[in-house]
Design a protein around this ligand. Structure first.
Ligand code: ZN
Length: 172
């Protein structure tokens, strides 16, 4: 049997029948879609200015409603594509947010760091997902997918200045 607990409507007097002791709030790591997200300000501003009706009550990460988050992300992505920008968010390139990776591998539009993109490609590669599908899911070109899957995990970055020989090129 499905039992939904309805939130109290505004105007309802909600008096708990049992005495509640205030347990210390569990401090999890910050929400992915929260105030620290690179697009939070854009989503918040959009949410505050683009609703003719009263503000939506369900805000994701106490920033904006889902529709405004989506708008901010899609706009950012479109802008990046139109301007041919690298889709690098304002975090170090080696930062890996596992939640972002988990979202990305399901095809959700999330902005990934270089390391996250590689992790997502490898994860899908491990699952035997065809490269074309990986490319479509992650919105990454096919060459990048193949290159990542063909590159050993700890291979030196070819863009790095030092030309350390790759470990697989040395003779045993
Ligand atoms: Zn909104």
């Amino acid at each position: 049997m499905f039992q939904a607990t309805m939130p109290p409507r505004s105007g309802d007097t909600h008096t708990p029948t049992t005495s509640t002791t205030h347990a210390p709030a569990r401090r999890a790591r910050p929400l992915y879609f929260g105030p620290s997200h690179p697009l939070a300000q854009i989503a918040r501003r959009h949410c505050r200015t683009h609703h003719t009706e009263p503000q939506p009550t369900r805000q994701v990460g106490q920033v904006a409603c889902g529709a405004c988050w989506e708008h901010a992300i899609r706009t950012d992505e479109r802008f990046a594509v139109e301007c041919d920008l690298d889709e690098e968010p304002a975090v170090p390139a080696d930062h890996i947010d596992e939640i972002a990776v988990a979202y990305a591998v399901t095809g959700r539009p999330v902005t990934l760091t270089k390391a996250e993109r590689e992790a997502a490609i490898r994860l899908l590669g491990d699952r035997q997902v065809p490269v074309k599908r990986i490319s479509r899911l992650l919105r990454v070109n096919l060459r990048t997918v193949i290159h990542t899957l063909c590159t050993p995990l700890n291979a030196p970055d070819p863009s790095a200045a030092d030309q350390t020989p790759a470990p697989w090129s040395t003779t045993p």
